[in-house]
Write a protein that binds this ligand. Structure first.
Ligand code: FAD
Length: 472
């Protein structure tokens, strides 16, 4: 422990008490490793403030003693951004005790939630008010509003509602000098220059500590319809999406699933069954919703899919008969990563390219990777309509345990090169954290890196906010 850390821990303990300052390593340890269990850190203490004022006190002490802080929400991030360094040179700042929903305004269509509110808790509270916060993702039971904003998270409804960036009406944050940025008024229009709110969104804790967020709400869903369609290519899947979008505004989820991924789920995840009788090379999972209680959303989707079948866009389709079946369809999509883990080693890439280019990219990139690394299986699944897929490369069944690190790194470099050549992003929704920092440094244009470094240096000149993350 450095002298600065010791002073900070002592003075924070005196000022804020033992609830806020945790030094018992048994309590800290579970939070010092990333969600995937790949990156292990250590920290001499975990600070757990419950109010914005307590965050201010902590940040001021950190600045005074030159101590680095690692903000952490639910620790479900995929890029190890919330994992402290292995040498103990930073202090964990857990935001989970800041878990109040300060307000929900039905008239204003806005909720103000503290950073540590778990996404599912916000969903439930909005629902009780007859409203909805439309961003959702697999980690909704543990990820927090502060983490979602800090990673500009996406999820499955981005097609209609966008990422966190478009769902945040304002941010309250403690900046590295201890001052508070209060942007919670939820103004629809505010043109006073650079948007600090937007700078903090996606900053991965490198510019300040988000303490609360004003979130845009939409009316609650009255009914949803979920369908599964078989298609012969990703090109046809995108054609289907555009066909549907041209005829209805109710489509809000559209996920691409290759047959290979479906086979793995059926093999490894108990209780799953294929929605369609025949085999299809590719599948689309479609969700349509309406806030209008008298509209027949399932009937509309059925009619449109029948028309798509007639036009030769799809090979077959089925609509979930009830909520249980709708959930069963979603489970097939949501358990792909779990099924892959059961099958063996997988190198995962969360990438995006321009939407129109994605169908060709998936096929060509998979063929190139499989040719360069004999024995691997490469495929892409996920948010086709956002131009964002999870491009996963699975080791052959006889791969040695060291495959992941040894060959995996070369595979990732090849995938990232292909993505960059296609004008895409090596991180579509998971952020850079520590895991993608080297590749970001290798591939980002110099102008972008220069701007990021300049912003970081201007706002956090002492470099106390989550050093070693995001900024190359
Ligand atoms: C099963 C599963 C499914 C997932 N699906 C998706 C998906 O579909 N789309 C998607 O985008 N992501 C997905 N994720 C990733 C993850 O849920 C998101 O990145 C989420 O936003 C992280 O929230 P968190 O509270 O766990 O943040 P953490 O993991 O704790 O932190 C993430 C980053 O934000 C910073 N941070 C956290 N809180 C604050 C704060 N209050 N102030 C400043 N910085 C802060 C941390 O320092 C770190 O850099 C998934 C994860 C899992 C485990």
């Amino acid at each position: 422990m450095t002298e600065g850390e010791a002073k900070l821990i002592e003075q924070a303990g005196q000022a804020l008490g033992p609830k806020v300052v945790i030094t018992d390593q048994r309590e800290i340890e579970p939070w010092a490793t990333d969600w995937r269990g790949r990156v292990h850190g250590t920290s001499p203490a975990m600070l757990a403030p419950a109010t914005t004022d307590e965050v201010v006190d902590i940040v001021r002490l950190a600045a005074e003693h030159g101590v680095a802080l690692v903000p952490q929400g639910g620790n479900t991030g995929m890029a190890a951004g919330a994992t402290p360094p292995a040498d103990g040179s930073a202090i964990l700042l857990s935001m989970r005790r800041m878990n109040r929903i300060r307000s929900i305004s039905v008239e204003g269509r806005v909720a103000v939630a503290e950073a540590g509110v778990v996404l599912e808790t916000l969903h439930d509270a909005a629902h009780r008010a007859g409203m909805r916060f439309p961003l959702t993702l697999g980690a909704r039971g543990s990820c927090t509003i502060g983490g979602l904003a800090s990673t500009n998270a996406g999820g499955t409804q981005v097609l209609k509602f966008g990422t966190m960036r478009s769902l945040v009406a304002g941010v309250e944050a403690v900046l590295p000098d201890g001052s508070v940025h209060s942007g919670l008024s939820g103004l629809k229009k505010d043109n006073r220059g650079y948007s600090l709110d937007q700078l903090l969104i996606g900053a991965e804790g490198t510019l300040g500590v988000i303490t609360a967020v004003a979130l845009k709400l939409v009316p609650a869903i009255a009914e949803r319809a979920v369908a599964w369609a078989g298609v012969d290519s990703p090109t046809k899947a995108l054609e289907l999406l555009r066909f549907l979008e041209a005829r209805t505004s109710s489509i809000e989820g559209f996920e691409l699933v290759p047959q290979d991924s479906l086979d793995l789920v059926l093999k490894h995840v108990p209780g799953t069954r294929a929605p369609l009788a025949g085999k299809h090379s590719w599948h689309a999972l479609i969700e349509a919703t309406t806030a209008d209680p008298v509209s027949d959303i399932a009937g509309e989707l059925q009619r449109l899919l029948a028309a798509a079948l007639q036009e030769g866009i799809i090979e077959d389709a089925v609509i979930a008969a009830n909520e249980a079946q709708a959930e069963a369809f979603w489970k097939l999509r949501d358990t792909i990563s779990e099924a892959e883990r059961a099958e063996g080693q997988t190198r995962a890439h969360d990438i995006s390219v321009p939407v129109a280019d994605m169908p060709t990219f998936i096929i060509e990139a998979a063929a190139k990777v499989e040719a360069a690394f004999p024995g691997v299986v490469a495929t892409g699944f996920g948010h086709l309509g956002d131009g964002n897929i999870h491009f996963h490369v699975r080791a052959g069944s006889h791969a040695a345990p060291e495959w992941y690190e040894a060959e995996g790194e070369r595979i990732t470099m090849m995938v990232d090169d292909l993505v960059t050549a296609a004008g895409g992003s090596i991180s579509a929704e998971h952020g850079i954290g520590q895991l993608k920092r080297a590749e970001f440094a290798r591939l980002a244009p110099p102008g972008r890196i220069h701007a990021l470094r300049a912003i970081k240096a201007a706002i956090d000149p002492l470099g106390i906010m989550n050093p070693g993350k995001l900024i190359p």
